[in-house]
Design a binder for this molecule. Structure first.
Ligand code: ASP
Length: 353
């Protein structure tokens, strides 16, 4: 009896739609988009040397180029964002993978998450200490475990079991991050100072099939302790993707992004704008694109609300209609974007396009 009930249940579950269909793209074949970030904070011209400025732009351009190559060739949004984030994790300029910030105990604890907008599958890891590329581990959690989020020792163990590339702690360390933790420890400055964690990385994309994906990776906050976890590995706060609305990756003061559920909040507001959407090509009301200015306003409104709470930072977004953009309330954000309609561009300061 029990067996037949279980079989019936399994059959019923198997018949549920597992996929979130891509939005109709009849007028948009071969349309794709991608946006990336490398952290937000007090990024001003006076604080960055011309050499560093050049180095950051080159790193953003290289990562963006990698993602666009995959999208142009017809690859998936999931593969494009993964490859892009790996490049940024491997670059010591950013607070993810190599170059991650130090905890209060001078260790590195890395957080990462990834989400597939085509079926809402997601994976995340928090406080991992030995995986070279945490974004690959988050993806393995999504694809190879029955869970969404793993943390600490268990996540490290899962990483080893999955054959992920392991590194020793000195791999992550850079002289700059060591200086920062020494400063935090000696002056007892606030670990919440946004500039001490600058450099979280993320990517969002839509591929030619209209599927969307988002991912984020970080070392978190310099001087973090007590197993503090920020927004980056929290699905709905630092990362979210849904084919019906948008893909988001966030950076900034994680506690505020968690409280506002920033990534999911933006996607939900976009989804609820059905009535403002144009008719589709075959005349179906509310099934065409949402105007880019409306999407931008939704993102700006949520970031403004973050500011009211006292939070600083920003997000990158991609929409099912081929738009890729940003919103942030800090003086700058390392960022870049490219779409099938617009040439690749990278920017650092707030006054750049
Ligand atoms: N959001 C990250 C955290 O709070 C840090 C950052 O993006 O700068 O851990």
């Amino acid at each position: 009896m029990l067996k037949s009930i279980l079989i019936a249940l399994a059959v019923a579950l198997a018949s549920l739609p597992a996929a979130i269909p891509a939005m109709a793209q009849t007028d948009q074949s071969a349309r794709w988009s991608i946006a990336i970030h490398g952290g937000a904070g007090t990024i001003e011209r006076s604080r960055i040397t011309p050499e560093k400025d050049k180095e950051i732009r080159a790193a953003l351009n290289a990562a963006l180029t990698r993602g666009t190559e995959i999208l142009k060739a017809g690859g998936s949004a999931m593969d494009a964002i993964t490859a892009t984030i790996i490049m940024l994790e491997d670059d010591p300029n950013f607070n993810a993978g190599k170059g991650a910030v130090f905890t209060w105990d001078k260790t590195n604890e890395l957080d990462s998450s990834i989400m597939d907008g085509s079926d809402l599958s997601a994976g995340a890891v928090a406080g991992v200490t030995a995986t070279k590329n945490p974004i690959l581990l988050a993806r393995a959690v999504k694809d190879k475990s029955p869970h969404v989020m793993l943390s600490g020792n268990g996540a490290d163990q899962f990483s080893r079991e999955q054959g992920m590339e392991q590194v020793t702690p000195d791999y992550y360390a850079t002289p700059r991050r060591l200086r920062q933790i020494e400063n935090v420890l000696s002056k007892q400055v606030s670990a919440a100072d946004v500039d001490y964690k600058l450099g979280t990385v993320g990517a969002v994309a839509m591929d030619q099939n209209g599927n969307m994906a988002a991912g984020t990776s970080t070392g978190g906050m310099t001087g973090k302790r007590w197993g503090r976890i920020g927004d980056s590995p929290v699905i709905g706060a630092g990362t979210y993707a849904d084919n019906r609305s948008c893909a988001i990756s966030a950076t900034g003061a994680g506690e505020y992004f968690i409280r506002l559920g920033v990534a999911h909040e933006i996607c939900t507001r976009i989804k609820l704008k059905e009535k403002d959407r144009a008719p589709s090509q075959d005349g179906q009301e509310g099934e065409g694109p949402l105007q880019p200015s409306i999407v931008q306003k939704i993102a700006d409104d949520v970031i403004a609300e973050l500011g009211v709470l006292g939070g600083t930072g920003g997000i990158i977004f991609a929409t099912p209609w081929g738009q890729a953009g940003y919103s942030f309330n800090t003086p700058g954000m390392y960022r870049g974007r490219a779409t099938s309609a617009e040439a690749q561009s990278v920017a650092i300061y707030g006054d750049e396009d």
